[in-house]
Design a protein around this ligand. Structure first.
Ligand SMILES: [Mn+2]
Length: 362
């Protein structure tokens, strides 16, 4: 059987956190639609009969009905494909969910929070999803495979082998899944593709489109083909196909040798950029001037730079300065004392050093 496995599209995500630029959210929402459209076209052109959507298809909190309509119209374009959706923690099947109130295309099967089984000629699909923003007690221990001559598949949205913090997101373990004996587990929730590292049984396709600078590298879908012979031997061919045309990249920029904001802006503007990527510039090293990000953004000429993070430290050897018998030395000693007495906080101490030394130097 051939299938496409996707997860974590997060359609209509607000993207507030993405960038200091106001319009990037709109652009990314369009990118998400385009990626989704590409995936549907792939299914159509390659005559894929099964589509697994392992949760977080959209953002419950900001989804618009027009976007649901967009999704559903695309689903209607592939009537010969059976579509299986297991709601996740961002699109749970709560009372007012579109999963409940919308009239979805006939080829769409949306799973509730109880495990359901769908049997086809070659395989059996087990699926369940979120009916609230959290789900503590996964129901997979109820699953006993009753026909292992067929290919057994689980679709769900889950934090696999997660830490305590992740325990509220349908926590299941690799051990449990292996014990049950699934031939393929189509997961969603973790936004990073895990195809390379696994034995290709338990798979996260990653988010279809990157959600920002904590999701670097390529994003897309899994195209798979699984066969099982009469002896029960399983053969898996899984391929990752990128769908997101943009890539998020982080670049370090050292301010060690720079003395003014203009120096910094020039350096940033002269770096090499690829138009198909979004950049976060991380400022590192020791600074000798005040980095005012508001002013800096105004000096940046490149549209690909959408975020700047200041991770610099003050570029002054305070211990050396303290020893100096000069006005600067005295100044450093005084404000250092203020910090040690708790009169000023460390951040303010650094600012005071910057401004103070700056004015004493000029
Ligand atoms: Mn997600």
């Amino acid at each position: 059987m051939k299938f496409v496995h996707v997860a974590d599209m997060h359609l209509d995500c607000a993207f507030n956190f993405l960038s200091n630029k106001l319009d990037l959210g709109d652009i990314r929402r369009l990118d998400q639609r385009n990626a989704f459209n590409k995936m549907i076209n792939y299914v159509k052109e390659n005559d894929i009969k099964y589509l697994f959507i392992s949760g977080d298809l959209y953002e419950q909190k900001s989804i618009r009905e027009s976007t649901i309509e967009y999704i559903n119209n695309l689903f209607k374009q592939i009537p010969a494909t059976k579509i299986f959706v297991t709601p996740g923690n961002h699109d749970p099947m709560i009372k007012e969910s579109f999963y409940k109130i919308y009239d979805w295309a006939e080829n769409v099967k949306i799973f509730g929070s109880n495990v359901e089984k769908v049997e086809e000629d070659e395989f059996i699909i087990y699926g369940y999803g979120f009916d609230d923003y959290i789900m503590n007690n996964p129901k997979i221990d109820e699953i006993i495979l009753d026909n292992t001559s067929k290919i057994n598949i689980l679709i769900t949205h889950s934090s696999l082998d997660g830490n305590k913090e992740q325990n509220v997101y349908n926590p299941i373990t690799t051990k449990e899944l292996k014990q049950i004996g699934f031939d393929y587990v189509a997961l969603g929730h973790i936004h990073k593709l895990n195809l390379e590292s696994s034995d290709q049984v338990i798979v996260y396709p990653g988010s279809m489109c990157s959600m920002g600078f904590d999701e670097l590298e390529k994003h897309g879908m899994i195209v798979g083909e699984i066969t099982k012979d009469a002896d029960g031997k399983v053969d898996r061919k899984l391929e990752f196909i990128p769908l997101d045309t943009k890539e998020f990249v982080r670049l370090d920029c050292s301010v060690d040798e720079m003395n003014t904001l203009e120096d910094l802006a020039q350096n940033i503007n002269q770096m090499d950029y690829d138009r198909n990527k979004y950049y976060e510039i991380i400022l590192v090293g020791g600074r000798h001037f005040e980095i005012n990000k508001y002013k800096l953004y105004k000096l940046i000429e490149n549209d690909s730079i959408v975020k700047i993070k200041d991770s610099t430290k003050i570029g002054i050897d305070i211990e050396e300065l303290e020893k100096e018998m000069s006005l600067r030395g005295l100044f450093v000693k005084r404000i250092k004392k203020k910090m040690e007495n708790g009169e000023i906080e460390e951040e303010l101490f650094e600012k005071a050093l910057e401004y103070g030394l700056d004015s004493l130097l000029s």
